[in-house]
Ligand binder design. Structure first.
Ligand code: 5MM
Length: 331
């Protein structure tokens, strides 16, 4: 591992308060979002949508890196410019999702395990040749009456560590994403406990497998009540719970944390991030930023509707959302 390469990548990704744009929806997820917006679910429409995103004027003012999907990293604009080149020319660092999605965890109803370790070393080498400088893997943890189980947490955290070690071997920054889902009616306290447990086990595994935690990015959920919970918390309560949980479980040696939005509205995700910075500025040993997908893209997707005539309006919304998130980080 060349640590300097990894460290420089992390510094550049988050320079001047910038964050990341997650646009790594798998084909199934992209199609699901298109279907909900009444957009045809074809490869060409996914290509047009991603072209609209990456050619957004001024995007690099607030976005330092974009996470791509395997299909997207190989695509080009309508005029034949590789997407990778568009991003690089704009000063946005390309990254790649390298997990291959989740499957039911055998023997543990309602729980998931992420796939994708087989052949990962070779895939990382190819993605690096294509221009990726960081790579993301998402583990999914569900909260319900009797879950998550110890087995589910242990299996997923170990896989995150194995993936991260392979990334560092390939001089790609691992973006480690243990997502505790917002689905369900659990309280913020339950989310805190599960998130803390997952993060502590994650770092145990990262140490065990010799991952250099000074050369990773952590992509966690915020600590928040389930979306069906009868009691939702204030913005400042969510911010406080999130910062306290991270301080209890994430070593100060980790350089950067970039949240997922997890189904929060764009406004709420930005408000929580802003509150964390305003209220806890002196208690944050890491860069605390964003790596949102839905919370940046959704207004633009709803406006685009697959129509060329809507591209400029959609791009303005994308630009504005990203700008607000970066402003929260810099507040
Ligand atoms: C873009 O969505 C990513 C997962 O896609 P698949 O489920 O199709 O594999 C996801 O990992 C995303 O990068 C993060 O969860 C952040 O997305 P949100 O929408 O939660 O900010």
């Amino acid at each position: 591992m060349n640590k300097q390469i990894l460290t420089e990548t992390i510094e550049q990704l988050f320079a001047n308060g910038k964050g990341l744009l997650a646009m790594d929806e798998s084909t199934a997820t992209a199609n699901k979002r298109f279907a909900a917006a009444g957009i045809p679910q074809t490869e060409e429409m996914r290509r047009r949508y991603r072209e609209m995103i990456i050619t957004t004027p001024g995007l690099s003012e607030s976005i330092g890196g974009a996470i791509l999907f395997d299909e997207t990293i190989r695509q080009q604009t309508a005029t034949g410019i590789p997407f990778i080149q568009v991003l690089q020319d704009a000063g946005i660092i390309p990254g790649i999702k390298v997990d291959q999605g989740t499957k039911p965890l055998a023997g543990f109803p309602g729980e998931k395990i992420t796939e994708g370790l087989d052949g990962l070393r070779e895939r990382l080498a190819e993605y690096k040749t294509l221009g990726a400088r960081f790579a993301k893997w998402r583990a999914v943890i569900t909260i319900d009456k009797n879950i998550p189980t110890e087995a589910c947490i242990a299996a997923n955290m170990q896989q995150l560590a194995l993936y991260a070690a392979l990334c560092q071997e390939a001089d790609l920054v691992p973006m480690v994403e243990p997502e505790v889902l917002m689905t369900g009616d659990h309280t913020i306290g339950r989310c805190y406990d599960v998130t803390e447990k997952c993060l502590k086990q994650l770092f145990d595994q990262l140490y065990l497998f010799n991952v250099d935690i000074e050369a990773i990015i952590l992509k966690p959920n915020m600590v928040i009540a389930g979306e069906a919970a009868s009691q939702q918390n204030t913005v400042d309560e969510v911010a406080a719970a999130t910062v306290n949980c991270l301080r209890a479980s994430v070593p100060v040696a980790v350089p950067a944390i970039a949240f997922l939005s997890g189904g929060q509205t764009p406004e709420m995700a930005a408000a929580h991030l802003l509150s964390m910075h305003k209220n806890f500025r002196n208690q944050l040993p890491w860069i605390l930023s964003f790596s949102f997908a839905r919370a940046i893209q959704q207004p633009a997707l709803d406006t685009w509707k697959g129509q060329e005539a809507n591209v400029a309006a959609a791009q303005r919304l994308l630009y504005e959302r990203a700008k607000l998130d970066a402003a929260a980080v810099s507040s």
